[in-house]
Design a protein around this ligand. Sequence first.
Ligand code: ADP
Ligand code: MG
Length: 648
Amino acid sequence: MDPPPASRLPVPKRAPAAEAAPGPEQKRARLQPPARARPPRRLASARPQRPGSAAPPGLAGRPLAPPPGPAAHAASAPGAASRLAVAAATAAPKTGRALELGGGKKKRAPWDLKGQVSDLQAELKIYKEEVQQLRKGGQELEEQRQELLARNGDLDRQLQAVKSELHVSQEQAQQRLEEVKELSDLKHQLEQQLTDTTRTNKELEGTNKDLEMAKRDLSALLEAREGDLAQSTQENRELKAQVTTLLQAATQREDQLHQLEMDRRRLHNLVLELKGNIRVFCRVRPLLPSEQEAGKGLEHLHFPPQDNGALVLSRPEESHTGRSCKGNTRYDFSFDRVFPPACSQADVFEEIAQLVQSALDGYHVCIFAYGQTGSGKTYTMEGPDNLDQETLGMIPRAVRQVFQGARELEPKGWEYSFSASFLEIYNEGLRDLLVGRSDQAPDLEIRRVSQASEDLHVPNLRCVPVASEEEVLKLLHTAKANRSVAKTIQNDRSSRSHSVFQLCIKGYNTDRALRCASVLSLVDLAGSERLKPQSKSERLRETQAINASLSTLGLVILALSKKEPHVPYRNSKLTHLLQNSLGGNSKMLMFVNIAPLEENIGESLNSLRFASTVNQCHIGTAPAHKKGGGGLPRTSDVGGGGKGPGPN
Ligand code: ADP
Ligand code: MG
């Protein structure tokens, strides 16, 4: 008979240790739920902390998930291992029973089917129970899985929180890093500054040492200087005393100088008065080149060499029938000075320079040029058209001398100011020669300066302040240009009019409260020739006006010399204009200009006779003497300015 067939149920392999059939205790132990796993370790205790790195707040003491891995799974899943063990153990009884059925129990006889069924039933029952056990174990495992999932979620959340905290910490760390960087830059800058400051400090120390040395040197120098100063102070005191003495001496000298200047003025005036307040010079012009070519001569004019004031004219005397010559008639003239043709402008000016000095000293001075047209009046007064230093006339030379004299008086405390005017009198009308014809003010009139004053002036007449000879030359040029315009309009008007240049001189001596004022007048008179029979009526009127004014001039001089109660100044514009400058202590000089040709002898005789009359006049000398030897008045006004006798 065949052994009974083995169980058709699969028999799991058994572990050798579990060979023995489990007893009821073992089975119970296997079926019991596994003991609970130890609670998970806390991270804080599990992970060693670095010294000084504190765990972030909130993390401390919180349980952390164990590191992943099978062991951890086993540890983190309490009961999971035991359940696996149960699963393994559950299989064990089967083999054990099979063994039991196969070897330990007595094998049933093949025929004992009933017994075999009963064995199988018993075995089935055991299997059912094990299935039951396994199901239960599976349920528990599911619960544990759920629990683990929940825990895993917690851990995830914790991980997120930690991550976000870590992010914040990283940001803070980044911030700190930047701050550290800034601080490091700042430190670098400060170090740089410190280096600079140290260097500067060293330099300053060097400078300080130098200064200290300089200070020491200066102190020594100062001491030396103080010594010198003390000595100098002493010397200074002595010098001051000397200066005081010298100043006193200087003041005395100044007083003496002033006194001398006043004496000079007085004596100068006295000399001129002794020479005569009216003086007459005769000037004979040389032959012009054209006249020389014509072979004309000067035979009728004689200049006695022993007398420089004498002029002799000789004229052939005709018979009554006019056919034969009876001989020469001799005309002797005597003047203060006669200038033969060869005399230069400089020679002539030499004689009048003293008069110019008088003008600076405060005396009115009038210089006239009288004579027929072409006799050299304008040449004498202004010079020729092509002026040079040689040919400069009396006006520019007088002006130069005035400015020079004023400069020389400056050290004596005198200050001067000057103004010039230039007008012409034509047909008893006044015209400003410094103003163009179109700009001419209508009707220039001679008026009194004020009701209370006898002084006269011409309102609207241009009076130009001048300070140099050049400025005056410019004015002469302007006047000449304005005159020559008129010359083309009217036939040689310049010779038919009087031209009057006036320089007003004002002097101040502020230290001594003295002042002087005078007018230097230089007059180029109209041609003195008589009217030619064939003259037109216009020329007749001109000539009458000229003759009237020239004869008035003569009459005024005569009246002044005779001290007549009435001086006919107002009979002509010329004498009216010069009223303040004629008479009294005023100085007057008349040039009588003579043309050298024999054909001019008639006019020359007329001029010389007029001049002789004037030459015989003496004005102002007597009253000056009466004032005690011509002494200067002791008022604040010096000289004879503004002291003309007036119309009495
Ligand atoms: P007036 O003014 O009397 O009419 P000017 O002065 O015009 O006469 O003189 C007439 C001319 O004679 C001019 O050409 C002038 O240059 C000349 N003349 C006059 N005097 C002299 C002199 N002393 N030397 C040289 N030329 C003279
Ligand atoms: Mg002239």
